[in-house]
Design a protein around this ligand. Structure first.
Ligand code: FAD
Length: 392
């Protein structure tokens, strides 16, 4: 009897509370019952399976993270991390759909919205009755967006006129609203807006042909003299500081994506190595294969420990930008290495969708580049430890 593949080698799940373990378990069951059977089909179709939304609603996951008034549960970041971990073990795209809605979009309203805006949006977002998206990146660049934001807003009577483009915006092809970040042409301040689907001048084109995260739908948004009432301007946004605060929270979630993606790939590789035979032996009997598996397990174990500590720091109010950035840098790079070993262990089958590992291999490339590329997050940490900024 061979041991079952288990990426939690040090039993780190056992250090969590019963409620936290329950959330991890519920997410795991959901992924196996509802996502795993259809994910390859939707990957091939380059489409998000909207029928998952009512099933996901039944889990009531947002209420494990947020309170209805926009404050966070005491262990919100650990909960978010566990949902992300379990989702990514099976499919990173599902975690991204959830992270964009329950992280980026929800947090923008929770941190930047007035009491009225929170009362209007947060309960229905918690119930997945309204789906959110988050529009920050622009075609001319994501890394420089804090300094070089080209999308503008101009006060115009009782409302605002938005002009510009936003690229890569997850969920935006079907979201009920998208948070749009824009620079005020008169004051140069960054402002946030809730732009409702169907608003004239707000156009979304689906980005086709991605080689990673094909189950997430990303849009290119064009704001063509798009009129938004002042009541849909996020009333408590303090310029870029609020945007950065949202990104700090969600960056911890992206660090967890690396853990889940790597752990899923590791477990697939262990199982395959116990079954696949070459030269009359299971490939897991070869020392070179064992060496790769152990290397992968070391990565996964250290990434998991790092992210648990990061989440506890976040929930205790001690997480700084550079803490989230280091975790993202570390897990994205280790994930890339781990999934490459896993894919290799599958030989030719490693590039076939049906064996699972190819999807992890592809998705890692998106993890590596979004929520601050590896270079940008490295420079954030570099600035913190030297006191010297490499940014202009
Ligand atoms: P660029 O900024 O053009 O960078 C190109 C290269 O130059 C990178 O390697 C970068 O590290 C490097 N570079 C840039 N500046 C420096 C420097 N100072 N020093 C060293 N190297 C540097 N955005 C949203 O707003 N909402 C979303 O929902 C969203 N979802 C996404 C989903 C996917 C699948 C992807 C791929 C992206 C998504 N993004 C989203 C955008 C993402 O955040 C950006 O892609 C990311 O910030 C990088 O920006 P860029 O692609 O424009 O690359």
């Amino acid at each position: 009897e061979l041991p079952e593949a288990d990426g939690d080698f040090y039993g780190q799940m056992d250090t969590l509370t019963a409620e936290e373990r329950e959330v991890a378990h519920t997410t795991r069951r959901f992924m196996h019952e509802h996502v795993a059977p259809i994910m390859n089909e939707y990957w091939s179709r380059d489409e998000f399976p909207r029928q998952l939304i009512p099933e996901l609603r039944k889990l009531d996951l947002l209420r494990k993270i947020w309170n209805e008034d926009g404050s966070r549960k005491p262990n919100a970041t650990v909960m978010e991390g566990l949902v992300t971990l379990e989702a990514c073990k099976v499919d990173v795209s599902t975690a991204v759909f959830f992270g964009v809605h329950a992280g980026l979009a929800f947090a923008s309203i929770a941190l930047g919205g007035s009491d009225e805006q929170k009362a209007e949006w947060l309960p229905k977002m918690m119930d997945l009755e309204a789906i959110g998206a988050f529009g920050l990146t622009e075609p001319e660049g994501g890394s420089q967006v804090s300094q070089g934001m080209r999308t503008t807003c101009k006060r115009d009577g009782d409302g605002w006129t938005l002009r510009g483009q936003k690229k890569w915006i997850g969920n935006s092809t079907f979201s009920d609203m998208t948070v749009i970040w824009a620079r005020d042409v008169d004051t140069q301040e960054v402002r946030g807006f809730i732009v409702r689907a169907g608003t004239p001048g707000y156009n979304v084109e689906k980005i086709e042909g991605k080689i990673a995260l094909r189950i997430v739908e990303n849009g290119l948004i064009t704001l063509d003299d798009c009129r938004v009432p002042d009541s849909d301007r996020l009333q408590n946004v303090q310029g870029w500081r609020t945007t950065a605060e949202v990104l700090k929270l969600t960056r911890a979630g992206v660090a967890w994506q690396g853990v889940g993606c790597a752990m899923g790939a590791y477990e697939l590789a262990v199982t395959y190595s116990q079954e696949r035979e070459q030269f009359g032996k299971r490939i897991g009997e070869f020392q070179l294969i064992q060496n790769h598996l152990v290397h992968m397990l070391g990565n996964v174990t250290s990434m998991f420990a790092l992210c648990l500590r990061l989440s506890h720091m976040a929930d205790g109010g001690d997480m700084k930008d550079e803490h989230a950035a280091l975790a993202k840098v570390f897990t994205a790079a280790r994930c890339r290495e781990t999934v490459a070993f896993a894919r290799e262990a599958f030989g030719g089958n490693g590039i076939l969708l049906e064996y699972g590992v190819a999807k992890h291999f592809a998705d890692t490339e998106a993890i590596y580049s979004y929520e601050g590329t590896n270079e940008i997050n490295t420079l954030v940490v570099g600035r913190a430890i030297t006191g010297l900024s490499a940014f202009v």
